[in-house]
Design a protein around this ligand. Structure first.
Ligand SMILES: *[C@@H]1O[C@H](CO)[C@@H](O)[C@H](O)[C@H]1NC(C)=O
Ligand SMILES: *[C@@H]1O[C@H](CO)[C@@H](O)[C@H](O)[C@H]1NC(C)=O
Ligand SMILES: *[C@@H]1O[C@H](CO)[C@@H](O)[C@H](O)[C@H]1NC(C)=O
Ligand SMILES: *[C@@H]1O[C@H](CO)[C@@H](O)[C@H](O)[C@H]1NC(C)=O
Ligand SMILES: *[C@@H]1O[C@H](CO)[C@@H](O)[C@H](O)[C@H]1NC(C)=O
Length: 393
C-alpha cells in the first residue's frame, strides 16, 4: 500500500502548481494527469512485441444449488476453467462481463466467499482485470455496488470503478472507462475500454430494477469524451471496445439477418423476452426506447468502436453489424458451468487481439473453448466484420 502522507503531499503540491498561472504546456499536463483515473495503479500498455490481448469471461453463475452437490461441482469446474484459461490464453487484460454470482440462491455471507473463489485465480495470475455486473448480481442479498466494493478490496489489480454519484441509476453503479497505452511512457492512450452497467435483477426488497443502462449515463459519456477529445485529440485517433452484460435493445433485430458465413458462432438463443433489455414486465412499457438515450450517446460520442460486447444469452457467440449506427455487436462466450446450458455449447472465452500501435486499425476476435478448439474468427474494424477474406457491411 502506498503511504497516505505521500499521496496527500503530492496532491497538495499539484494543487499549488495548478493554482499558479500556468504555461499552456503545464496546464495541459495537469489536465492529462486528471484524465488518468488510476494515478495509483500501473499504466496499462501493449506488450513490447506490439500486441495486446483481452480475454472475456462471462456468466460464471457461481453459487447455484447451495444446499446440494452439483452446484459445488459447477463452481469447481468454473474455477478450473478460469485457472486453465488464464494460463493458456495469457491475456494482458481480463474482462468478466457480468453474472458472476447467481444471486437468487446467495446469502450475503456465502456470496462473499463465492466472490473470493472467482477472484482467487485472477489474483494468483496477477492479470489486470475489471468487471461488469449482471442481472443475477442484483438480488435480495447481493448488489452490484457490494460486489464492486468487495472486489477492489480483495483484488489489488482490479480496475473496476464506480461512476460519479448521480450516474448509473438504481442498481447500476459500474460505468467507467480504462485507458490502454501503446507504451507506458505515451501521454495519449491508443485504446479505451468502456464498461456500462445494464442493471436488472432485484433490489433488497425484491423490487425489479430496470434492465437497461440508465439515461444518466448518456450525459456522462458526452462529458467524458469531450474531456478526452480536448486533451488527447479527436476520438477517431483511438480505438474503443465496449462491454455491458445485457445486450442493448438495438441488437434484437440483427438476429433475423444472420448467416453462418458472415456471422460465425453459435446462434442458439432467440433474442426476445428475457434476453435483451426492457424485459421486466412492470417496466417494459418503453420497449425499444428504454435505452435509446444511452444508445444514441454511445454510438455518436464514442468513436472507432470495434465492438459492443455482451453476455447474458449463453447460447450465442456471433458478431453482427447494427446498420442504423454502423457499429458491430458481439456476444461473449458462456464461461461458467453455472447458468442455463446445453451440452454442445462447450465453455470458454472470447478473445480480442490488437496488433497495431494504433488501436483504431482494428482487432482480431475469436471464441476459444476450454477444450482447446477455437472458432468464429473475425477481424473487426470500425463498422466492418471481415471473415476469412470476406467483408460484410
Ligand atoms: C450460507 O450461509 C448461510 C447463513 O449464513 C448458511 O446457513 C448456509 O449453510 C450457507 N450455505 C452454504 C452453501 O455455504
Ligand atoms: C464438470 O466438468 C467436467 C469436465 O468438463 C464435466 O464432465 C462435468 O459434467 C462438469 N460437471 C458440472 C456439474 O458442471
Ligand atoms: C437472504 O439472506 C437471508 C439470511 O441472511 C435469508 O434468510 C434469505 O433467504 C436470503 N434470500 C435469498 C433470496 O436468498
Ligand atoms: C490512427 O489511425 C487513424 C486512421 O485509421 C488516424 O486518423 C489517426 O491519426 C491515427 N492515430 C495515430 C495516433 O496515429
Ligand atoms: C436485414 O436485411 C435486409 C435485406 O437485405 C435489410 O434491408 C435490412 O436493413 C437488414 N436489417 C438488419 C438489422 O441488418
Amino acid at each position: 500500500m502506498f503511504p497516505w502522507f505521500i499521496i496527500s503531499a503530492v496532491l497538495a503540491f499539484v494543487a499549488q502548481v495548478s493554482a499558479r498561472p500556468a504555461l499552456p504546456n503545464d496546464q495541459e499536463s495537469f489536465i492529462i494527469s486528471r484524465l488518468d483515473p488510476y494515478p495509483a495503479k500501473p499504466k496499462l500498455s501493449f506488450r513490447p512485441d506490439g500486441t495486446f490481448k483481452i480475454s472475456v469471461f462471462s456468466d460464471l453463475h457461481y453459487g447455484e444449488n447451495p444446499a446440494g452437490t452439483w452446484g459445488r461441482v459447477q463452481d469447481f469446474n468454473s474455477t478450473r476453467l478460469l485457472t486453465n484459461m488464464l494460463a493458456s490464453e495469457k491475456p494482458d487484460y481480463v474482462v468478466i462481463n457480468g453474472d458472476l454470482i447467481t444471486g437468487e440462491s446467495a446469502f450475503s455471507d456465502n456470496s462473499t466467499k463465492l466472490y473470493d473463489q472467482i477472484m482467487a485465480p485472477l489474483i494468483l495470475s496477477n492479470v489486470p482485470f475489471s468487471c461488469t455486473y449482471g442481472n443475477h448480481d442484483n438480488q435480495v442479498n447481493i448488489s452490484h455496488i457490494e460486489e464492486l466494493q468487495h472486489e477492489v478490496q480483495v483484488a489489488p489489480q482490479s480496475y473496476t470503478r464506480a461512476s460519479p454519484s448521480g450516474v448509473g441509476g438504481k442498481g447500476g453503479p459500474a460505468n467507467y472507462w480504462v485507458p490502454i497505452y501503446f507504451r507506458p511512457s505515451d501521454p495519449v492512450p491508443s485504446l479505451i475500454l468502456w464498461f456500462f452497467d445494464s442493471r436488472g435483477g432485484y433490489d433488497e426488497h425484491d423490487v425489479p430494477i430496470p434492465d437497461w443502462v440508465d439515461d444518466s449515463v448518456a450525459g456522462w459519456i458526452e462529458e467524458e469524451t469531450h474531456k478526452m477529445n480536448k486533451v488527447w485529440g479527436k476520438g477517431e485517433e483511438r480505438g474503443s471496445l465496449v462491454f455491458m452484460h445485457i445486450p442493448p435493445h438495438a441488437v434484437q433485430k440483427l438476429q433475423a439477418n444472420l448467416t453462418d458465413e458472415a456471422n460465425p458462432g453459435l446462434n442458439d438463443d432467440d433474442l426476445g423476452e428475457g434476453s435483451v433489455q426492457s424485459t421486466v414486465p412492470p417496466l417494459s412499457a418503453c420497449k425499444d426506447e428504454c435505452d435509446r438515450v444511452f444508445w444514441d450517446s454511445l454510438t455518436s460520442n464514442i468513436k472507432n468502436v470495434h465492438a459492443i460486447v455482451s453476455g447474458h444469452d449463453h447460447g450465442n457467440e456471433w458478431c453482427a453489424v447494427e446498420p442504423s449506427k454502423g457499429v458491430v455487436f458481439c456476444f461473449d462466450k458462456h464461461s461458467g458451468y453455472g447458468g442455463y446450458d446445453a451440452d454442445h455449447w462447450n465453455h470458454g472465452v472470447r478473445n480480442f487481439l490488437f496488433t497495431s500501435a494504433n488501436a483504431s486499425d482494428g482487432v482480431e476476435s475469436w471464441i476459444q473453448y476450454e477444450t482447446g478448439e477455437s472458432k468464429a474468427r473475425v477481424r473487426l474494424r470500425g463498422s466492418d466484420i471481415y471473415v476469412e477474406g470476406k467483408t460484410r457491411q
